[in-house]
Write a protein that binds this ligand. Sequence first.
Ligand code: SAJ
Length: 406
Amino acid sequence: MINVIGLGYIGLPTALMLASHGVEVVGTDYNKKLVETLNAGKTTFQEEGLDDLFAEAVKSGIRFTTEYQSTDTYIISVPTPYDKFSKKVDTEFVISAVKSVLEKCLPGSIIVIESTISPGTMDKYIKTTVEEAGLKVGDDVHLVHAPERIMSGHMLNELLHNNRTIGAYSNVIGEKIKELYMNFCDGEIVVTDIKTAEMTKVVENTYRAVNIAFANELAKICRHDGMDVYEIIRICNMHPRVNILQPGPGVGGHCISVDPWFLVGDYPSLAKVIDESMRTNDGMPDFVLNRIYEIMKEKGMTDVSRVGLYGLTYKENVDDIRESPTLQLLESQQRHLATGLKVYDPYIKDNVVENQLHSLDEFLDSIDMIVIMVKHDEIKENAKKLADKTVLDCHNFLQIPGAYHI
Ligand code: SAJ
């Protein structure tokens, strides 16, 4: 039996996928409410195909509990945030999960860490946690790092088909866990050492963060001198070896906006490009806020409550608001002791911020200027309704004549 610890954005789909492919799975989470919701037959977030997969996994016998199980294989997928001051990975949740596993696990158990960890974390913190419990790594307990690569909005498809990396101290154990993932994953699975696996995961997200920062920096340069960044990127990308990403209002989510900081925290005198890139991306919500004021001034608008932010999530067509640029922008506005911007997102039904509206028409009726923070399909389908609005399209996505850009 596999005990999956942490039933969030990664742990839940992984547990369901294993169960629906015939593996005996128990899902454990310390959040009682979350476990109750799952046991009541409901999923805890929206994701294409998740409800069907959930039904299938339940039929195959998956169970959910707050208790750690006594078994021989564990997959830990709890959050690893970064410490806002040191920028280093915060391993508190992973270590506490490992400690709880050690109290229950059978001799020779394999503990797989799926959570993103910075290079050296397994050696420095997790191995030592096992040793402090009086157990021997490679004998009493085996450690594996199997970072995930799935993306909100495409999770199930990517779980099935993405290539994966598995890092282990012993090749035999690495291969054993590879077989476990091969129950559902038809991508190529590379078995390597632990530190390489830790580093590849962080590097993948850093690569993307740096490239997004480059696009954002180009947007700022072009704005400064009245050049069209989108046309420039389009033409540059016709070069056979150039592929520039798109500028945007900032970078959200729990990966690209977080993981690269681990490298800055661990190698502050070496990770210079990464450090600057992260600051560039983190500065984008402020840049958008400035654009809003610039455009309001140009239009003679004075009432900020007639301006609305469209989209609260960190990316399009998902209900995930973690680290979202809109939240960052609102926070920044509050730091300047200002409020009043209206907010609307079709995917967020609860009230999570001030001045949040819950119907598109009501939102549009209450504003003169709309700021497109997220590329949800809904707004593209309703673009006609924006005819009398001032539009700041932060993704150059609606192609409305006369729209402003970042
Ligand atoms: N963004 C831009 N410009 C772009 C592309 C994206 O501003 O050209 C912004 C998006 O609007 C969003 C953010 O970046 O706010 C991140 O979005 P994303 O869709 O690129 O990535 P995530 O965070 O959903 O998922 C990433 C993926 N990693 C990579 O693409 C290298 C995914 O494969 C990982 O599994 C995931 O992080 C993770 O768990 O680490």
